[in-house]
Design a protein around this ligand. Structure first.
Ligand code: GLN
Length: 504
C-alpha cells in the first residue's frame, strides 16, 4: 500500500487492514516513518523517533498474527503505530518532559498505559513534543523548540500535547496519547483539527505519567475520530493498584467502543450562555451553535443553560496547579535525574544552579507562584480559598448534570494563535484556558471534536462535557456528531489536494 494511504486511515481501519492481511504492522511502521520524514521538517512534532524498537515490535506482532495468536487477533489496534507524549515513562527510552533538567533520562519502567498498549499489540513510533512539564497552551515552552501547526506553520499547535495533536493532524501519526491537566489534550486537538478525549479522573492510570498537578492530570487519546478514541480507552483504562487515585474496576465504564451506537435521541444537552457570549471569535461561536443544531436534528434536546462560575475557574486552576507543581517538581534537583549544573561549591549551590539552569522560564514562574500560594500567611488566602472554590464548582456541575446529560463548550475562545503571540502575553494565554480547566477541576470527561473552520481555514473544535463517569455518553454524542458531519475527515494534505483539483 502507498504510505499516504496508510497514514490517512483511522487506527481502527488500519488495525482491520492488518488483521485482514491487506497490509502488515511492519508496512504500517514504514509508512508512518516515511510520513514523519516528510512532515517533521515543517511540524517538529517529535522529540524521539523509536525506529528500531518500532520495527522490532511490528515484526513480533506480524509473526504472532500470522501464527494465529488469538489475543492479538481479537485486539482492534494490534500492529497499529502510536505516538506517545514525552511525559509518559517508557522503559529505556528517553522521556524528557521537553525539559533540559531531565537531560537524557531514560526510565527503568513503563507507565501502566504503555504496558497496556504493548499487551494490545500497539507499536510505539516515537515520543512527542510538549510544553515543558506540560505547562503551557502552545508547545512553545519546550526546551527542544516549538512544534508548528500542520495547517499553518506560522501558528502554534496548541498545548501542552501539541506534538501529539500536530503529529495526528499532519498524518505523521495514526493516533497518539496526550495528557490533560487543564486542557492539554482537548485544546491542541481543536487547534490541529483532530479528536481529543480527557477521561474522567481516575479511569486511566497515572502510574508513570510524570506529574504536573496530580489531582488534575489525566492521560487520554488524541486521534482522527471518536471511535479511535473509544478503542484506545478500551486499552488504556481500568483500575491500577499502582495509582492510588485509580477508581475501582466496578466503578469504571464497562467498555467504550462497543457502546458507540450513535443514538442520542432524548439526550439533554445544555449550551451555556456565558460561553457563547464570552469574547468568542465569530467562527468559534458559529461552530458551537451549529453543533447544537446538528445534535438537535439527531434527536437530542438542546437548551440554553448558565455556568455562573466561569469567571472563577482560571484563578482557581492556576493556584491549585501551580501549588501541586511546586511540590511535584521538587524532585528535580540534580541528584537523580538527567541534568546537573557544573561548578558548585556545596549541595545547596548544586541544587540552585541545577534548578536555575535546568528549568525554563514558564516552569520557574509556576514553581514560584506555587511556593508562594502554599507559604504560611498566604496559604489560607490563596490555596485554601482555591480548594473551596473547587468544591463549589463541583457542586454547580452536579446541579447541571442532574438535569442534563452533557454540555457543549468551545475548546478555546479562538483558533490557533500565531507563534510568539502567547509567549509575549502569558496572562492572555492563561485566560484562553477558560473553557477547558473546569473539566479538570471537577474531574469530568471532556471530548473535543472538530466542528468547523474559521475564515482563514484554521480548524475549530467544540467540547462535549459530561458528568463524572459519563464518558461513554460523551463519546457517543461525539460519535453521533461525526456520523452526521465531515469536519473530522479533513486533513491538511487532503484539503491541499482538493484545492489543487479545484484549481485545475
Ligand atoms: N494550559 C494549561 C496550563 O498551562 C493546561 C496544561 C495542561 O493541561 N497540561 O497549565
Amino acid at each position: 500500500m502507498e504510505y499516504r494511504e496508510i497514514c490517512e486511515m483511522t487506527a481502527l481501519q488500519l488495525g482491520q487492514a492488518i488483521r485482514e492481511k491487506k497490509t502488515t504492522s511492519t508496512e504500517a511502521v514504514s509508512a508512518v516513518l516515511a510520513a514523519i520524514e516528510e512532515k517533521e521538517p515543517q511540524t517538529h512534532a517529535y522529540i524521539t523517533i523509536c525506529r528500531e524498537e518500532a520495527f522490532a515490535k511490528a515484526s513480533e506482532v506480524d509473526a504472532a498474527l500470522a501464527a494465529g495468536d488469538e489475543g492479538l487477533l481479537a485486539s482492534p489496534l494490534a500492529g497499529v503505530p502510536i505516538a506517545i507524549k514525552d511525559n509518559i515513562c517508557t522503559k529505556d527510552i528517553k522521556t524528557s518532559c521537553a525539559s533540559k533538567i531531565l537531560g537524557d533520562f531514560a526510565p527503568f519502567y513503563d507507565a501502566t498505559v504503555i504496558e497496556k498498549l504493548e499487551k494490545a499489540g500497539a507499536v510505539m513510533i516515537g515520543k512527542t513534543n510538549m510544553d515543558e512539564f506540560a505547562m503551557g497552551s502552545t508547545t512553545e515552552t519546550s526546551a527542544y523548540g516549538p512544534t508548528l501547526n500542520p495547517w499553518d506553520a506560522g501558528r502554534v499547535p496548541g498545548g501542552s500535547s501539541g506534538g501529539s495533536a500536530a503529529a495526528v493532524g499532519a498524518r505523521a501519526a495514526v493516533c497518539a496519547l496526550g495528557s490533560d491537566t487543564g486542557g492539554s489534550i482537548r485544546q491542541p486537538a481543536a487547534y490541529c483539527g483532530v479528536t481529543g478525549f480527557k477521561p474522567t479522573y481516575g479511569t486511566v492510570s497515572r502510574y508513570g505519567l510524570i506529574a504536573y498537578a496530580s489531582s488534575l492530570d489525566q492521560i487520554g487519546p488524541i486521534a482522527k475520530d471518536v471511535k479511535d478514541c473509544a478503542a484506545l480507552m478500551d486499552i488504556i483504562s481500568g483500575h491500577d493498584e499502582m495509582d492510588g487515585t485509580s477508581l475501582p474496576q466496578e466503578m469504571q465504564p464497562a467498555g467504550y467502543l462497543n457502546a458507540m451506537n450513535g443514538k442520542i435521541t432524548g439526550m439533554r444537552i445544555g449550551i451555556p450562555k456565558e460561553a457563547v457570549e464570552k469574547g468568542l471569535e465569530p467562527d468559534v461561536k458559529k461552530a458551537i451553535l451549529d453543533m447544537g443544531r446538528t445534535l438537535q436534528n439527531l434527536g437530542a434536546e438542546v437548551e440554553e443553560i448558565s455556568l455562573p462560575f466561569l469567571d472563577y475557574v482560571i484563578p482557581t486552576y492556576y493556584i491549585i496547579a501551580a501549588a501541586e507543581a511546586s511540590s511535584n517538581l521538587s524532585r528535580f534537583d540534580g541528584v537523580r535525574y538527567g541534568f546537573r549544573a557544573e561548578g558548585y561549591e556545596d549541595l545547596t549551590e548544586m541544587y540552585s544552579k541545577t534548578r536555575s539552569q535546568g528549568f525554563g522560564e514558564e516552569v520557574k514562574k509556576r514553581i514560584l507562584l506555587g511556593t508562594f500560594v502554599l507559604s504560611s500567611g498566604y496559604y489560607d488566602a490563596y490555596y485554601k480559598k482555591a480548594l473551596q472554590v473547587k468544591a463549589i464548582i463541583k457542586q454547580e456541575f452536579d446541579k447541571i448534570f442532574s438535569r442534563f446529560d452533557a454540555i457543549l463548550l468551545p475548546a478555546a475562545p479562538s483558533t490557533a494563535p500565531k507563534l510568539g503571540e502567547s509567549l509575549a502575553d502569558s496572562l492572555k494565554m492563561y485566560l484562553s484556558d477558560i473553557f477547558t480547566v473546569s473539566v479538570n477541576i471537577a474531574g469530568l470527561p471532556g471530548l473535543s471534536v472538530p466542528s468547523g473552520f474559521d475564515r482563514e481555514g484554521m480548524p475549530v473544535g467544540t467540547q462535549i462535557i459530561g458528568p463524572a463517569l459519563g464518558d461513554v455518553n460523551v463519546l457517543n454524542i461525539g460519535y453521533a456528531f461525526q456520523q452526521a458531519t465531515d469536519w473530522h475527515k479533513a486533513s491538511p494534505s487532503a484539503c491541499a489536494a482538493a484545492a489543487e483539483k479545484e484549481v485545475r
